[in-house]
Design a protein around this ligand. Structure first.
Ligand SMILES: Cc1cc2nc3c(=O)[nH]c(=O)nc-3n(C[C@H](O)[C@H](O)[C@H](O)COP(=O)(O)OP(=O)(O)OC[C@H]3O[C@@H](n4cnc5c(N)ncnc54)[C@H](O)[C@@H]3O)c2cc1C
Length: 325
């Protein structure tokens, strides 16, 4: 059996793949350009003075589980106290919505705890060197691995492949390039007082400019501060991508005024160029065998939700376990 695998991307897809390979005795190294692990499972702390702290999920606010595979995984996470049921229905859709008990990034941190993870490590080039992959990074450090798994959003994966002169069949490349993503601007804000967002602390508006508003205090992850996440619609995010943060914050505050009850203390704006795919590739992963084994996975493949990313990462790892070196 081969010994090692490099994984680019420490979002949930890369982490699930890494854990699966690690359990089978494969030595795994994860490289991620982000400062922290988790990708779009993202959480940040906002502080105001010494007393007020908001803990704010600003990527996926929650997730569902439809498949028995992910339901079993979730059962384990529920028993560990890693995740909890947040709500049994937003907008009366009767689905069970889960979130991290501490916060959503904590799920990624838990999965990463026994793994070799390098954050702040942007991969710039991939090269097959007869027996192994060599991966160059922005920091100048080079990593090697017998097999390679790429899990960034597909436009970023394609840019990396192009930059590395790795050729894939034109019809497959065309299909991959059709996977495009909605942008999403998220405003993370800390308020001085409780808000009027109805229980359980999430309101899906599907409006423009405000698509979603979340109270992280009611959600249970921000006990000592009133941290709110406001997600702009794809249309607004597209048209205001280059607008000043002040303008974006003011627009979303105006739109959310009915549910906000106090002064904003501090805020940050995060621009997700790739939040969720409009359409997906339609298969769990893509395996390329020449010049060496290279697998593409992530939420652009099956379904652009957390569950889709998990199932894609799992399927990619199962392929990597049996594919020839
Ligand atoms: C605003 C928002 C709302 C969402 N809402 C929901 C929801 O309600 N329910 C739900 O289920 N899902 C939701 N999602 C989607 C969910 O978060 C994603 O489907 C899932 O987290 C994707 O995981 P992934 O591992 O495929 O990708 P990612 O989490 O994006 O991980 C890919 C990683 O690759 C890294 N990377 C990229 N390029 C490089 C490079 N060159 N070198 C090194 N590292 C690199 C990135 O830093 C990133 O960490 C939402 C996402 C966003 C952003």
């Amino acid at each position: 059996m081969y010994k090692d695998c490099l994984i680019i991307g420490g979002g949930i897809s890369g982490l699930i793949a890494a854990k699966t390979l690690h359990h089978q005795g494969i030595s795994v190294t994860i490289l991620d350009k982000g400062r922290g692990i988790g990708g779009r499972l993202a959480t940040r702390r906002l502080n105001y003075g010494n007393s007020q702290e908001g803990v704010i999920d600003y990527g996926a606010p929650h997730f569902t589980a439809q498949s028995p595979t992910f339901q079993n995984m979730l059962q384990e996470w529920l028993e560990l106290g890693l995740v909890k049921v947040w709500s049994t229905g937003f907008n009366r859709d009767n689905k069970t919505y889960y979130c991290g008990v501490e916060n959503n990034r904590a799920i990624a941190k838990y999965l990463a705890r026994d793994l070799d993870v390098h954050t702040s490590t942007r991969v710039t080039r991939l090269e097959w060197r007869n027996t192994h992959w060599q991966v160059d990074t922005e920091t100048g450090t080079t990593f090697t691995g017998t097999k390679l798994l790429l899990t960034p959003p597909l436009p970023q994966t394609l840019a990396l492949l192009d930059n590395s002169n790795i050729l894939i069949k034109p019809e497959i490349r065309e299909k991959l390039s059709q996977v495009s993503y909605h942008p999403c601007i998220a405003v993370l804000a800390l308020f001085s007082q409780p808000n009027l967002i109805p229980a359980p602390g999430g309101l899906r508006l599907e409006g423009n400019p405000l698509k979603w508003i979340i109270c992280n205090h009611q959600k249970g992850i921000s006990p000592s501060g009133y941290g709110v996440t406001m997600y702009a619609s794809p249309e607004y995010s597209q048209s205001h991508w280059d607008s000043n943060d002040e303008i974006i914050v003011q627009d979303l505050l105006n739109s959310a005024a009915t549910w906000l009850n106090s002064a904003i203390l501090t805020y940050q704006v995060h621009r997700w160029r790739y939040s969720q795919a409009k359409e997906v590739y339609g298969e769990p992963y893509l395996a390329i065998t020449k010049p060496g084994t290279l697998v593409l996975a992530g939420d652009g493949f099956l379904d652009s939700h957390l569950e889709g990313a998990v199932l894609s990462g799992l399927a990619a790892a199962n392929y990597l376990l049996v594919s020839p070196s």
